[in-house]
Design a protein around this ligand. Structure first.
Ligand SMILES: [Zn+2]
Length: 151
């Protein structure tokens, strides 16, 4: 699906935001159907996506990041099997680099200089979800930098 950028000049900021949100929603619905049969869905309950508060209460970037985290689409080794043979955590090398692991990995927390409590990723608390999504954002940023250095 393509985003019609010409539309931006024709609509209000609020309408544009709604437009983008709808596109994102549709994209994620398609993605969810694809992912349904895979283990990436382990944080998602049936049909929970539609009514989620975080979609309504956070901005597009944040809700996208929250959804990415929940759908296990964050750029972590275990989320993209095949992308690297060694599945162990980039930071501590002790456990497999899963979403659950990076949320509690002390080494990662030090590397990205961010402390985070052991939040449950299934939480509905919007503030916690925002913190988790920001943390994941930093992890992705860190990994990206790291990859570029290795190239
Ligand atoms: Zn680790």
């Amino acid at each position: 699906m393509l985003i019609d950028l010409d539309k931006a000049s024709e609509v209000t900021k609020l309408q544009w935001k709604g437009y983008i949100k709808n596109i994102l929603k549709e994209m994620l619905n398609v993605k969810m159907k694809e992912e349904c049969r895979k283990t990436k869905m382990r944080f998602i309950e049936d049909d929970e996506y539609e009514q989620k508060e975080y979609v309504k209460k956070s901005n597009v970037t944040t809700s996208k990041q929250i959804m990415k985290t929940r759908l296990n689409m964050i750029n972590l080794k275990s989320n993209f099997k095949g992308s690297s043979i060694d599945q162990r955590c980039t930071a501590c090398k002790k456990e497999n680099e899963t979403t659950e692991h990076v949320l509690r990995c002390e080494k990662y927390k030090k590397l990205i200089n961010k402390d985070i409590q052991n939040y449950n990723i299934k939480t509905d608390n919007i503030e916690n979800l925002k913190i988790i999504s920001e943390y994941m954002n930093c992890i992705e940023g860190f990994k990206e930098k790291n990859n570029n250095q290795n190239d």
